[in-house]
Design a protein around this ligand. Structure first.
Ligand code: HAM
Length: 435
């Protein structure tokens, strides 16, 4: 027997019944982004590995442990023409910033507002809510004038508007500020001071993190580390007056929008590029992987990637986790055709196939049974696909140039003329019933 293949670990098929939900999510997102005047951008699913290392940080878990690098058969193909290694993208921000700089968008707009959706790839250990191929919907505001703290509130507001529109009810918004680069440096010193007496109780990973990136200890899932972090008395003494004022205005704007938030001083996020506001939205039904979405400011990433000094802020939500958080409110269905044609003999079958093509050309979603069997069994099939109307073609219909049209909702059946191959009446009737 030949080998059977399975979907790769950590990836998933999205079958048609689920696909309609995904489409609803994506359509809804596009509508919300339209309301907020954000424009869609699409970047490749792979980029130079170095782009991610330089943006997310060489010591971030994603870059250290989760990058999926591309390999090729021949040495010359393995590296790109620039001689650089390529990786599947673990997130969208770095690519959007790369595209922003490459296309000189800072010279065109004072503030650019982008959104994107698509697959991201991280070589993580799969579990509920954690995949190797997952999908994000994200947004980024980038521009010379993208400094106003009300933009921080705007990006959080659009994130929350999306969750509301998807029917996610039960979530919590956590916010914090890391301050400027100097403040961040102060925070890192404070954390080292608080943690150094507890070094030996930290997990081996965190002992490394202590040296290279102490912020990451705050994200550690190890129980002992989490307890230590919980006991730290972190306050906002590391912040400059300016950073404190920025954060106060963000909170004021959120209150103005009636968005509830919790300030969590231990929220630092696992990626290097953040400064000032960071946030995370968690769903209560999600278990250990409870972040539905997350984001923050990254005022120096554009310059770190070779562009001018330009501020920015963004977020991304995970579609798979959003679907988990939607719980019972999610609706799975295969979108039914408008019409289903039943042919009762071989001659009618040929005519039915012609009618099918005409209806499809007229944007009436239709299908037919490709097996000339009894009326009863074809009706059963029509019922199964959920068609609103059934068109029946038999000997007498063919001879007298009409079709029998049955409304599956009301049970009403009528004869509709198709004399001289004129399908206008039939099309009109089917159109009236389109949802
Ligand atoms: P992130 O926190 O790494 O941030 O990911 C954002 C969201 O993507 C998470 O909250 C989660 O819903 C989803 N996600 C991440 N990893 C996985 C996974 N392995 N399986 C399933 N879902 C996952 C970023 O990616 C930043 N680029 C967000 C951002 C945009 N910051 C500024 N702009």
């Amino acid at each position: 027997m030949s080998k059977k293949f399975s979907v790769p670990r950590g990836a998933a098929d999205i079958l048609p019944a689920e696909m309609s939900l995904w489409q609803d999510i994506q359509d809804t997102a596009r509508q919300i982004f339209r309301d907020y005047n954000y424009h869609e951008i699409q970047t490749p699913v792979f980029e130079e590995t170095e782009l991610f290392a330089r943006s997310m940080g060489k010591t971030s878990d994603v870059v250290q442990k989760q990058m999926l690098n591309l390999q090729s058969q021949t040495k010359s193909d393995a590296a790109d023409i620039h001689g650089s290694e390529l990786s599947l993208r673990p997130e969208g921000t770095a690519s959007v910033v790369r595209a922003y700089i490459e296309n000189g968008l800072d010279r065109k707009e004072a503030i650019s507002k982008f959104f994107y959706m698509g697959p991201m790839f991280r070589g993580e250990r799969p579990q509920k809510g954690r995949l190797r191929q997952f999908h994000q919907i994200g947004a980024e505001i980038i521009g010379p004038e993208a400094v106003h703290p009300y933009l921080d509130a705007e990006i959080i507001a659009v994130n929350i508007a999306l969750l509301h529109a998807f029917g996610v009810q039960d979530f919590r918004l956590k916010i914090n500020t890391l301050g400027s680069i100097e403040d961040k440096e102060n925070l890192s010193k404070t954390l080292r001071k608080l943690l150094s007496p507890k070094m030996s109780d930290l997990c081996p990973d965190c002992q490394q993190r202590f040296k290279h990136n102490v912020f990451r200890i705050l994200d550690c899932k190890n129980k002992a580390c989490a307890e230590i972090v919980h006991g730290l008395q972190i306050n906002d003494s590391y912040l400059s007056d300016e950073s404190r004022a920025h954060f106060a205005t963000v909170k004021e704007a959120l209150e103005g929008l009636k968005i509830k938030y919790d300030v969590c001083h231990d929220l630092v996020r696992g990626l290097d590029y953040y400064t000032h506001t960071v946030f995370e939205i968690t769903g209560s039904s999600l278990g250990s992987q409870d972040a539905v979405s997350a984001g923050g400011r990254y005022n120096h990433l554009v310059s770190q990637l070779g562009g001018p000094e330009i501020p920015a802020i963004g977020f991304a939500l995970g579609i798979e986790r959003t679907i988990l958080a939607m719980g019972e409110s999610r609706e799975l269905r295969v979108i039914p055709p408008d019409a289903f044609i039943i042919a009762l003999d071989e001659k009618s079958f040929k005519k039915a196939f012609q009618i099918l093509s005409i209806l499809r050309d007229m944007d009436i979603a239709s299908d037919m049974s490709y097996r000339v069997s009894s009326m009863k069994s074809q009706m059963r099939l029509a019922d199964k696909v959920g068609a609103r109307s059934v068109i029946i073609m038999g000997e007498s219909e063919l001879e007298k140039e009409f079709v029998s049209l049955k409304d599956m909702e009301t049970g009403h059946q009528e004869e509709v003329t198709i004399k001289n191959n004129d399908y206008a009446v039939l099309v009109d009737k089917l159109r009236e019933r389109q949802q």
